[in-house]
Design a protein around this ligand. Structure first.
Ligand SMILES: NC(=O)c1ccc[n+]([C@@H]2O[C@H](COP(=O)([O-])OP(=O)(O)OC[C@H]3O[C@@H](n4cnc5c(N)ncnc54)[C@H](O)[C@@H]3O)[C@@H](O)[C@H]2O)c1
Ligand SMILES: O=C(O)C(=O)C[C@@H](O)[C@H](O)[C@H](O)COP(=O)(O)O
Ligand SMILES: [Zn+2]
Length: 369
């Protein structure tokens, strides 16, 4: 088992990464519980595979548990479900000092974390991420929340978990499409700040995809190290943390345009958004033209969606997509913020993107559909 520490003063916590952690959950979570009880929030798909092993591991250490089970999918991340979860947790008499366990992907982690943040004005929670995306990204850093009809993640709170348990073995049951969507956020770390990690992913991405445990362990650990470092520097996204949003200004607009449906998973939108951010950067003369080609080549080699043409069904035109970006949380004084690049591993945050270039890149991508 490896440990990555998120250094946030009195809100610091450990990310434990390794195989077989779910079976040890009772022993690992027990020390954080004031009484032998935990409430678990999960979704139907994850519950069918991993809930009973978790409950058995807790019971083995004398910890009783109750579960709240939601439907799977991005549409679950709504205020209606926050209300439902909070009311169920209150019904279970979850106390201020109890812990909520989020067992699932980013949808469950974001929603359960937000429910914990507002329950009795804040109870603690533990992340047990079950997707690659959640292990490398959403379970770390304390961004919790849900979508609004106005846009992605617009309602939420910063609420750090007390502990993250990333069991690598759990990824064995993840469908390939979900694995690749999570892999987009892994690639993001290389592209935003670690060119050597991107080199490593080019060499080992297929082994990782095909189930190599050591490769998965390395990718999850390196991703968590990078995220922990950025979050410790800028917990509330006043500056550098926005680097973690590489590809997301585009990606979130695409998710809104596809109705938060199975047409486009979050990670798929991020992969396409990163390819667009690299293309915009090259056209603005910020980076060499080889950079977007290299990014697109790796995403394609992994079998990932990486072009607007890869999204099924209708999409708004370029103006429509730019209008959707208007609700992005990084908008300041009406100006869009983009994460652009000077090369692989050299991302930066800017409000000076050339909107004519953005419009042209979107227009060409849409025309190729
Ligand atoms: N808070 C953050 O910092 C942050 C970071 C990145 C993404 N996110 C959010 O995360 C969400 C996406 O998360 P996600 O990609 O994990 O999606 P998800 O939570 O919808 O999970 C993907 C699908 O896989 C299923 N699943 C989960 N684990 C499984 C397993 N081990 N075996 C089989 N099936 C399994 C789920 O039931 C679901 O159908 C988005 O809402 C995104 O906005 C948040
Ligand atoms: O942790 C962060 O900060 C991120 O930006 C990570 C992203 O991968 C993630 O999708 C996050 O939820 C996006 O945040 P938002 O503030 O743009 O909604
Ligand atoms: Zn993301």
């Amino acid at each position: 088992m490896e440990t990555v520490r998120v250094g946030l003063g009195e809100r610091s916590y450990d990310i434990l990464i390794g195989p077989g952690l779910l079976g040890r959950a009772g022993g690992l979570i027990g020390p954080y519980l004031p009484r032998p009880f935990a409430a678990i929030v999960t979704d139907e798909t994850v519950a069918g595979i991993h809930l009973e092993p978790l409950r058995a591991a807790l019971a083995a250490e004398g910890i009783a548990s109750e579960a709240v089970i939601l439907p799977p999918g991005e549409a679950t991340k709504s205020m209606a479900n926050v209300t439902l979860v909070v009311e169920r947790l209150l019904g279970l008499k979850v106390e201020r000092d109890d812990l909520v366990i989020a067992l699932g992907g980013g949808v469950i982690g974001d929603l359960a974390g937000f429910a914990a943040a507002i329950l009795r004005r804040g109870v603690g929670f533990v992340q047990v991420p079950t997707t690659l995306l959640a292990q490398v990204d959403s379970s770390v850093g304390g961004k919790t929340g849900v979508n609004s009809p106005h846009g992605k993640n617009l309602i939420g709170a910063f609420h750090q978990p007390r502990l993250v348990l990333a069991d690598i073995d759990i990824l064995a049951t993840l469908p390939p499409r979900e694995f690749l969507a999570g892999y987009a956020e892994v690639v993001k770390y290389g592209l935003l700040g670690d060119a050597a990690f991107f080199d490593w992913l080019e060499a080992h991405g297929s082994a990782l995809r095909d189930g190599d445990t050591l490769a998965r362990l390395h990718a999850v650990r390196r991703s968590c190290e990078m995220k922990a470092d950025i979050v410790a520097r800028d917990e509330h996204e006043r500056g550098d943390r926005a680097l973690l949003n590489l590809g997301h200004t585009f990606g979130h607009a695409l998710e809104a345009a596809t109705g938060y449906s199975a047409r486009l998973l979050h990670g798929e939108g991020v992969a396409i958004g990163m390819a667009l951010a690299f293309e915009v950067s090259a056209r603005m003369g910020l980076c060499a033209q080889e950079a977007p080609s290299r990014v697109a080549a790796h995403l394609a080699a992994m079998g990932m969606k990486h072009r607007l043409a890869d999204i099924p069904g209708d999409l708004p035109d370029a103006e429509g997509l730019i209008a959707l970006m208007g609700q992005d949380k990084k908008v300041r004084q009406g100006r869009l913020t983009f994460i652009l690049v000077r090369g692989i591993g050299q991302a930066f945050v800017t409000r000076e993107a050339d909107m004519a270039v953005v419009r042209a890149v979107l227009g060409e991508g849409l025309a190729a559909r």
